[in-house]
Design a binder for this molecule. Sequence first.
Ligand SMILES: Cc1cc2nc3c(=O)[nH]c(=O)nc-3n(C[C@H](O)[C@H](O)[C@H](O)COP(=O)(O)OP(=O)(O)OC[C@H]3O[C@@H](n4cnc5c(N)ncnc54)[C@H](O)[C@@H]3O)c2cc1C
Length: 329
Amino acid sequence: MEKIYPVCVIGGGAAGTMAVIRAVLNNDETLFFPGTAKHKKKSRAFWVSKVENMPAHLDFKKGIEEPNKLSLEWLNQSDFKEKLHWKKNQGVEKISKNSEGVFEITATDGQVYLSQYVVLCTGVMDVQPLINNSIQPILPYANVQLADYCLRCDGHHVLHKKVGVIGHDSSAMWVAIMLRERYDTQCMVVFTNGKNAQFDEETTKLQKLYGIQVIEEAITGIEGNAKLNSLTHLKLETENYIEVEYIFISLGMIVYNELAKSLGAELDSRGFVVTDNKGKTSIAGLYVAGDLRANAKKQIYTAWDHAVDSCDDINVLLRREKRLKLLGQ
Ligand SMILES: Cc1cc2nc3c(=O)[nH]c(=O)nc-3n(C[C@H](O)[C@H](O)[C@H](O)COP(=O)(O)OP(=O)(O)OC[C@H]3O[C@@H](n4cnc5c(N)ncnc54)[C@H](O)[C@@H]3O)c2cc1C
């Protein structure tokens, strides 16, 4: 008989690491796939540097990866180490359900594992702006957080600054409006970067009220020196230079929902996985935690809370199953 693990956690970012900690400390044997280097590089966890909006994170240069590593290393040496089956640098290639309702999980090295419950935490990634058909020009500025993506995480960086938002729809205009209202920005420009502006009536009204400039020309360069923490201008195709000290990017998200999709889980119109408040999806035994879950704040502490709720729910079901067996039912 092949071993059936009670719990399998897929993804090793904010949600996945918390799911592993909770499941293992609940004393449930847990199979853990944090992802390959390729998965990691494409995850938000990898791109997050300083985390300022949560206590006790200021000392970490990589605010998700470093604390996760510390906790997982501790868990792997704790009294619970036998319960942790940590498949380092392994991701999940394929997942399906067999005729017994057990998940069959194919790892990236081709090994197949069985699991009763799965907590899927594969996350999302922010869409990067193309400048001269490449995402490379933005990356040095994103690395030093002169270009940011998340209002709740990093919106405070723009206090009194000259700010450019890159995006072309009403969501991008809302980002500009909120930053303008909250942080008294010196000036605010929305760059649609060659796309047609698609702002609704409400945002257009507020854009006019706050004097938010809209530029539809393509961006052809970023002027500044990321190494010296300086951003000065965005260059346009007409060779004009627009003064900005800080960029916010609002182009939507790539949702890593392939595994959920392959199981037939219900998704919302943007591709996020629909769940109840414990993270249960439309597929029995499949839970989703973190940014992949629909209708949730995309934050570290939200990912943690999701993970705890899902693993505790699984533990309730596992204990009930054992209890009923003991009672002979
Ligand atoms: C620039 C930036 C700054 C941010 N700053 C903050 C902040 O200051 N505070 C805050 O609260 N939030 C912040 N966030 C949001 C935060 O990063 C996310 O909410 C959080 O990372 C979500 O956790 P997650 O586990 O859902 O996804 P992630 O942390 O992105 O983790 C996804 C994991 O899935 C793995 N994976 C993917 N595919 C597979 C596969 N097939 N098999 C196995 N593993 C796989 C990856 O390796 C990765 O480990 C920021 C986001 C960005 C982009």
